[in-house]
Design a protein around this ligand. Structure first.
Ligand SMILES: O=C(O)CCC(=O)C(=O)O
Ligand SMILES: [Fe+2]
Length: 217
């Protein structure tokens, strides 16, 4: 635990350990654009190249299905986007991106759900939710601890990632990402990571999401 002298409160240890204005992964220099300290939310630049974004869209385009929600994988109005999962190590670009994401998130890729691609067309959204499973769910035994949402295209209008309890919104920008974690001892801090994908108003929105678990999957 780290004492935060300004607020004289005790700040909990975080998973994401990068400091400064940028940091280096094996093959790319990632920019830290902005951060909120608790819960830790970090806006990252230069996570994916334009070519990588385009390739992820091309590879997933024909495999998109109406998104399912929760442990039971039900079709639900909470998420009207379509989506697909890549298998871990599925192909060269997935291997490269998974390595980078693991280094950004500071968690071995073995702890990851496969990378998920979501596509939203105008009117489609992902209503407010948390990414961790409720304690009563089977999946909570190896619960999620952190998320990286990577934006694969520029959205004409709408489609922000919005954190309603923090009144904080992130505009999607091609190649950038938002990172957040919810592995705090204080349940109230985890609950503050409630977020939504706001309705797209014009254009399409494509994202790639990596969720990490507490243990290997
Ligand atoms: O589309 C977004 O901005 C958010 C996506 C999201 O919340 C998720 O994939 O868990
Ligand atoms: Fe989410």
């Amino acid at each position: 635990m780290i004492m935060d002298s300004k607020q004289s409160t005790v700040k909990e240890q975080t998973i994401f350990g990068h400091i400064g204005n940028n940091f280096q992964t094996e093959d790319r220099k990632i920019n830290i654009i902005a951060r909120l300290e608790e819960p830790l939310i970090v806006i990252l630049g230069n996570v994916l190249s334009d070519e990588e974004c385009d390739e992820l869209i091309t590879l997933s385009k024909d495999k998109m299905q109406r998104s399912k929600v929760g442990a039971e994988h039900e079709v639900n109005e909470i998420r009207t986007s379509s989506g697909m999962f890549f298998q871990k190590n599925e192909n060269d670009i997935i291997i490269k991106v998974e390595k980078r994401v693991s280094s950004i998130m500071n968690i071995p890729i073995e702890h990851g759900d496969g990378i998920q691609i979501l596509k939203y067309t105008p009117g489609q959204e992902y209503k407010a939710h948390v990414d961790f499973f409720s304690p009563t769910s089977k999946s909570a035994k190896n619960n999620r601890i952190s998320t990286l949402v990577m934006y694969l295209n520029d959205v004409e209008q709408g489609g922000e990632t919005f954190f309603p309890k923090l009144n904080f919104s992130v505009s999607p920008q091609k190649g950038m990402a938002v990172y957040f974690e919810y592995f705090y001892n204080d349940k109230n801090v985890n609950d503050l990571t409630l977020h939504s994908g706001a309705p797209v108003i014009a254009g399409e929105k494509w994202v790639a999401t990596q969720w990490m678990r507490r243990q290997k999957l």
